[in-house]
Design a binder for this molecule. Structure first.
Ligand SMILES: Cc1cc2nc3c(=O)[nH]c(=O)nc-3n(C[C@H](O)[C@H](O)[C@H](O)COP(=O)(O)OP(=O)(O)OC[C@H]3O[C@@H](n4cnc5c(N)ncnc54)[C@H](O)[C@@H]3O)c2cc1C
Length: 392
């Protein structure tokens, strides 16, 4: 009987997953404590990620990426999740929410200029959507893009923008029509060095040392008309498209991190002795491990299912992406909390990996749309009779 948790994967995908696992476990996992301490990823490990193609897992080969299916891309992210979260923020978010609008709706010129360097990790992209007054309610975006002859002029403020500090370009969602909430938003590429664009200092957060989340300030920032992505008014749709990619990948990240934490717990209960026996000898501990293993297995299936459906049922990927992120964001935090408990006081110490993982796992219920917003997306279908909802 196969001990592989995903024997249904075809051999090429399993071999790809194993290749990434080897890289992550041998080169990246050992760096996690250092990144947490020093607040930066060593350049050498970024070079390894670049040469493995991890900045462009899901970018088509014609634009310099690996051109993997969504499942192939998610398998890589599952493995990457075993290492410090800064790695995922740096190379994964770049591909999944930073570059997807250009890939799907950008002009040939925009694709040619931005996609190859992004896929190779020579440039980082961010998605700049959230504002102080528009978080969950993204249609409330107030940053304006005023059209003037041969250019757009941007004014406004963005917040929480992942990688802004190291980004070479931004996909910015801004308002071109004040009278149409959703249909009045458009998407633009804004290069980092455009006059009128300022990046604020990194925000101090619960976790994610070594990654950056900043404010952006646009003050009469002029960009050419050719920097618009897609049609005027297509911005909301493109932002959601980016988030479908992001949510599907976050579900995989949760699965990978949960699996890594389970492995830590298994090793701990086998080696830690109390009352004259290994913790694993206690039935209460065995049952806890049974619940954790079941949660992790279910989370992996949910993540793989959403990734597979992303490619095979594109019309409904928003639904499946939201459901997978909703399920796995809760799952990974529950697993983190139980595993920390199994480590007792040691798990609560700053220098222990589970303490960091516990903090890292909390963010998935917030970013790329909160769990409450995921329920709104899933709820739209959940309240419909099965016949209308299609073969779910
Ligand atoms: C680490 C991190 C990285 C991020 N990276 C990016 C990025 O790269 N680009 C980007 O654009 N944004 C980014 N964000 C922003 C993120 O997407 C938002 O934080 C998120 O969408 C929630 O918005 P908000 O924080 O304004 O919360 P709010 O919208 O103010 O929500 C506060 C609470 O109210 C709930 N709520 C709101 N409306 C309703 C409702 N109608 N019904 C029920 N509950 C509701 C929410 O679910 C939440 O629990 C990032 C955030 C974090 C923390």
């Amino acid at each position: 009987m196969s001990t592989d948790p995903s024997p249904y994967l075809d051999p090429a995908l399993r071999s790809w997953r194993d290749q990434v696992r080897e890289l992550v476990q041998s080169e990246l996992v050992p760096l996690s404590a250092q990144i947490e301490r020093e607040g930066r990823i060593p350049e050498r490990s970024l070079a390894l990620l670049r040469s493995a193609g991890l900045f462009g897992t899901h970018t088509p080969a014609e634009w310099g990426g690996l051109g993997l299916s969504m499942l192939g891309s998610c398998l890589a992210i599952e493995e990457l999740a075993a290492a410090h979260i800064a790695f995922y923020y740096t190379c994964g978010v770049n591909v999944h929410i930073g570059s997807k609008a250009v890939e799907h709706a950008g002009s040939e010129e925009l694709k040619r200029r931005f996609l190859p360097p992004l896929a190779r990790g020579e440039m980082i992209a961010s998605l700049a959507m959230t504002e102080p007054g528009a978080g969950s309610d993204a249609a409330g975006i107030a940053t304006s893009a005023r059209r003037e002859a041969d250019r757009y002029v941007l004014n406004g403020r963005k917040i929480f923008i992942t990688n802004a500090q190291i980004a070479g370009c931004f996909t910015v969602i801004a308002r071109t029509d004040a009278d149409d909430r959703r249909g009045g938003l458009s998407a633009f590429v804004v290069e980092r060095d455009r006059p009128g664009l300022a990046v604020g200092p990194a925000m101090d957060m619960l976790a994610g040392s070594g990654s950056f989340h900043n404010e952006l300030l646009f003050e009469d920032c002029a960009i050419p008309l050719g920097n618009r992505i897609g049609r005027e008014g297509q911005g909301f749709e493109l932002a959601l498209l980016c988030l479908d990619h992001g949510r599907t990948h976050w579900a995989a990240w949760c699965s990978g991190l949960a699996s890594e934490m389970l492995a830590l717990a298994q090793a701990r209960v086998a080696s830690r002795r109390q009352f004259g026996a290994a913790l694993a000898e206690n039935q209460a501990v065995q049952w806890k491990l049974a619940d954790l293993a079941t949660e992790v297995h279910r989370g992996r299936l949910v993540a793989h299912d959403a990734a597979w459906r992303f490619d095979h049922d594109p019309a409904r990927r928003r639904h499946w992406a939201a459901m997978a992120k909703l399920a796995n964001a809760d799952m990974v935090f529950r697993v983190a909390d139980e595993v920390l408990q199994l480590f007792g006081g040691y798990g609560y110490c700053r220098d222990h990996p589970i303490e960091r993982m516990w903090r890292e796992s909390r963010v998935v219920r917030i970013l790329d749309g909160t769990s409450e917003m995921m329920r709104q997306v899933v709820g739209r279908e959940a309240v419909r009779p099965p016949r209308d909802a299609g073969a779910a």
